[in-house]
Design a protein around this ligand. Sequence first.
Ligand code: ZN
Length: 115
Amino acid sequence: MPIYEYEPDDRICYMCDGRVEVIQSINDEPLKLCPYCGLDVKKIVSRATFQLSVDTGEDKAAKLGFTKYKRAEKGVWEKVGGEGADYLVGSKEDMQAIEEEKKPRKILDLDKPTE
Ligand SMILES: [Zn+2]
């Protein structure tokens, strides 16, 4: 199946570097929303579109420098191949929540004397 490229309509997309490649059937409707960030996108004409036809699996896509994501749950996409973040999450707030959880927590115990 051909790869179609989309770019944000009228703003910078910070999650997908301003451009996304999507493997779609020729018969599929063009995407209106970015599969990564959910913002509106428009299809752009790509030179490479038909070079990668027929059965481009996750591994191949990764080798070619694409990062493929599959939808894990609502608003969350899980990486299945390629470079890039392991998860993509829908909203800024969700991203922040994840970052917060990654931070090591400092627990200050006032009862323990410091040496
Ligand atoms: Zn995007």
